[in-house]
Design a binder for this molecule. Structure first.
Ligand SMILES: Cc1cc2nc3c(=O)[nH]c(=O)nc-3n(C[C@H](O)[C@H](O)[C@H](O)COP(=O)(O)OP(=O)(O)OC[C@H]3O[C@@H](n4cnc5c(N)ncnc54)[C@H](O)[C@@H]3O)c2cc1C
Length: 396
């Protein structure tokens, strides 16, 4: 049964009060002519009076992940809708519930790997806006729409003299996704400047506020990747910025870059520009070579397991954590296991950055995932350490 006929059938069977509307709809369109799902949605909304039909967002069909995600995997979504307001989000949630379509929330698509086509609807976050909530002359609270680009927001803040995010310059993706995995780089994480976020519950449509404690931030982690996974659509994020934020230049690479450019007393913008130059020299540009940044997280070991690894591999690159555990450099493990620069048909491991898996063109999500699984198994065999993907695996 085609999409539209199936939807009509479902409503006919499950929602008798709408029977009249559907009959009228069929009459208007002519019994012989099947209507598209989009026409059906607009007509239904007009009849229920639940939405202003003029403002209903456009539903796109056969939406391409290749064009909308940084891995560039050739997969499609059955439907996609760009949302620009809370009302749009609720409308999409209602449609997916009614049609029993699986929902995938996406921002910039820079941290996902699609294993298959998505047989459901993509909610593409496009909510914009930057608003100052309070300002005491030094510190200020600013709320930002989830669909703003992360890097564009960091640059805008710097232009305004609102500091504290400079080390996170040039991280791809959207503001809304930044708390998901508590993005971090060069000694700073988004949690360091996070105030609260607002999110809409996917089942109930209720808007709720999450403060710092409720987000349960961890290393590349938050409650949205754990207990509340796939439960919420984040619609806006608030940050506390500081015109006199202390500079974070402890990372060796930042110091070296500033020295190389003869910058003796750096400004916040100097730090951002140093970070951008380092990132550009180290990481492959997704518009040239498909990738999603670090594919794996750096594994964290307790002291017993760490001692065991160190005994056999005295040069293992590691960082002691405050809680007594140890973070290992996943890139070092992968490199030592012999995978750096390894190419397997249309995908591979980047030759300068072993943490990054790349799509040379035409690789499927399953090919890339199969390579990732072989790396995980090999590192486990050689070091007794379990690697975990940082990139979100979307099964479709
Ligand atoms: C070249 C490169 C370098 C990178 N460097 C870094 C780095 O230094 N540090 C770092 O932490 N990350 C890095 N990343 C990873 C990525 O940029 C971040 O994780 C980013 O926050 C993802 O944002 P996005 O909008 O693209 O998310 P998407 O890929 O669109 O989504 C990621 C996950 O978040 C969910 N999601 C997205 N938006 C919302 C929303 N509004 N509400 C609810 N759920 C949502 C999605 O369902 C998905 O599960 C890098 C990626 C690339 C390609």
């Amino acid at each position: 049964m085609g999409d539209s006929k199936w939807l009509i059938h479902k409503h006919y069977a499950s929602d008798y009060p709408r029977y009249q509307w559907i009959q009228e709809l069929l009459h208007e369109e002519g019994e012989a002519k099947a209507i598209s799902q989009e026409e059906w949605q607009v007509s239904l909304a007009r009849r229920t009076g639940s939405e202003d039909a003029e403002n209903i967002p456009q539903v796109l069909s056969d939406w391409s992940f290749k064009a909308n995600t940084t891995f560039g995997v050739d997969a499609t979504a059955k439907r996609a809708v760009e949302v620009e307001s809370d009302a749009d989000v609720r409308w999409v949630l209602e449609q997916t519930r009614e049609a029993e379509l699986p929902l995938l929330v996406l921002g910039g698509g820079s941290n996902v790997l699609l294993h298959n086509n998505w047989n459901g609807l993509v909610l593409k976050m496009a909510m914009k806006g930057v608003q100052v909530l309070s300002d005491d002359g030094r510190e200020l609270d600013v709320v930002v729409g989830a669909g703003e680009g992360w890097h564009e927001w960091v640059m805008h803040a710097l232009d305004e003299g609102w500091n504290g995010l400079e080390n996170l310059a040039l991280i791809p993706g959207s503001v809304g996704a930044s708390p998901m995995q508590n993005i971090g780089a060069y000694g700073v994480e988004v949690k360091d400047r996070f105030l609260w976020l607002e999110a809409i519950h996917q089942e109930t449509g209720a808007l709720e506020r999450f403060d710092f404690a409720r987000c349960e931030f961890g290393y590349r982690d938050s409650i949205f990747k754990q207990a509340e996974r796939d439960q919420w659509v984040i619609v806006r994020v608030a940050f506390r910025l500081d015109r006199e934020a202390p500079l974070q230049t402890e990372y060796g690479a930042i110091q070296q870059e500033l020295q190389a450019c003869n910058v003796e007393s750096p400004s916040h913008r100097d730090v951002a520009e140093a970070v951008m130059r380092i990132r550009t020299s180290k990481l492959p540009d997704p518009s040239v070579l498909g990738n999603a940044g670090s594919f794996f997280k750096n594994p964290i070991l307790d002291s017993v397991l760490f001692d065991r690894v160190k005994q056999h591999h005295p040069h293992v690159v590691h960082y002691p954590l405050e809680d007594g555990r140890f973070k290992l450099a996943a890139g070092w493990l992968i490199d030592q296991a012999g995978w750096k620069g390894h190419r397997r048909n249309r995908c591979g491991v980047h030759d300068r950055q072993a943490l990054v898996l790349v799509n040379y063109g035409g690789a499927t999500g399953q090919e890339i995932w199969s390579l990732a699984q072989d790396i995980i198994a090999d590192v486990q065999t050689k070091f007794g350490v379990q690697l975990e993907p940082e990139v979100n695996q979307i099964q479709g």
